[in-house]
Write a protein that binds this ligand. Sequence first.
Ligand SMILES: [Zn+2]
Length: 510
Amino acid sequence: MKQWGMAVSAAVGAALAVFLWSKPWAEWTEAELLPPEQVSAPAVYRADVRIDPHAHTAAGTLSVRFVPGDGQALFHLYPNAFHESADLSGANWEHILGKQRLPGGIRITGVKVDGRPVPVRTLGKTGTILQVPLEGAAGRRTEVEMGFELRVPYNSGRLSYNDHALWLGNWLPILAVQDETGWRLDPYYPMGDPFYSGTANYHLRVTLPDGYSLATTGTESQAVVTRLRPQGQSHYEVDAWNVRDFALVVMDDSYRQTVSRVGETVVRTWWQEGDSEETVALLHDVAVRALRYYGEQFGTYPYREYDVVKTGGFFGGMEYPGIVFVQGDAFTRPSGMGAAVIAHETAHQWFYGLVGSDEVREAWVDESLADYAAMSFLEDERIAADGYIGYRMERGKVSEQYANRGLRVRQPLDRFPDWKSYSDLVYARGAAMWWKLRLEWGKERLHRVLRDYVREHQYKEAGGAELIEAFSRAVGEDAAPFFDYWLGMDLEKRDEAEAWMRSGRPFRIF
Ligand SMILES: [Zn+2]
């Protein structure tokens, strides 16, 4: 993967260089990003999937083409975290899944490498990792094919169903990331979003019974649909370019859609008959305005479609590339929280989607930026969100008490004892840090640095180090003390952090 990654970086670099030369500087600093179809992706996933919304199953074949970095491929089988033998006890799991649950899982059959059957192993207590041997394949393009049978678990989480919809998040087998520390095989923690993935192109053929609608990461509004009348089914051919995952929701005929455009992008909000029409209109308006706002601030959203979908249960919302799941009750009652959730999840299209990061070891990177961006949007667009900004700032302030317990913003997911500490530190203190910088520097200066960060790392992965580097470069002084104080909870560095922040004030630069 590394070799291929370098080739891609070089290709992107070359494309950027050409682009840079052809544009006057003033224009280049505007919010332009490369179209996802024009950037070569490190992997290509093709799947042929039959979904049975009654039986809550999805079965089919998956092929993945990529250039392996060593003699094996390791895939996450996240649905097996919900296997009947999995221990999902405790308050943290309950927070995600609720009390009513049925198990599920994914079974892999007939794995082939470049057309030849190979023996495979599953690793982990409940088989959450698939290990495929790839003898002699390192460094050359390889295809892994497999059959799969997914039984969707029932709970309030990212992969579940209710009477009207089936939502599939983190369902397809996905290549684990291989970085300089080795293979990243982190389990499905009951904390944060325990995922980390590279970009890929996806081509799915989804077969559904008639009478259902489909919303996905890809461009299903442009899907080729083939109706198979005798069988009462339809095939949907759906593509997605340069995305980190492929999520989808199957909805019955109680669902309706509200559609708008932002530039070249179709924005669709999926809701249900009987929902509050006033609330639906408000939520759709927030999705449209947020996509436009972040585009202006951080780089124009380069994908052709964005779906906001009402799902069941859930704890707020969940981001996937090109699609977000929003908990059902946000659509039935007027509440600013629904607007705040959509503002936050939409911001993840930039921070997580366009610029990927390690959500297990550095959850603060995408979460603090998404939450800050949402606060900025709600403030600038004057959207009432039930005191969201005030609440976040207040929690950010009291979060210093966690330093006594040895807890930090900058720590891996398994170090957070509960959701409250995670929320106070990663969301609130992280976002409060960016808000403080905005108050000191002004929005324009802060957003210029973030826009450059997005442009530099678009379709790639970047972490805290790259972010700190971007801010050090912008100020001309090492930003580490500032981030150590805010994220490392190194409270003695307060004065140094303040001094760095003052050095970066725009009047010192211009
Ligand atoms: Zn988030």
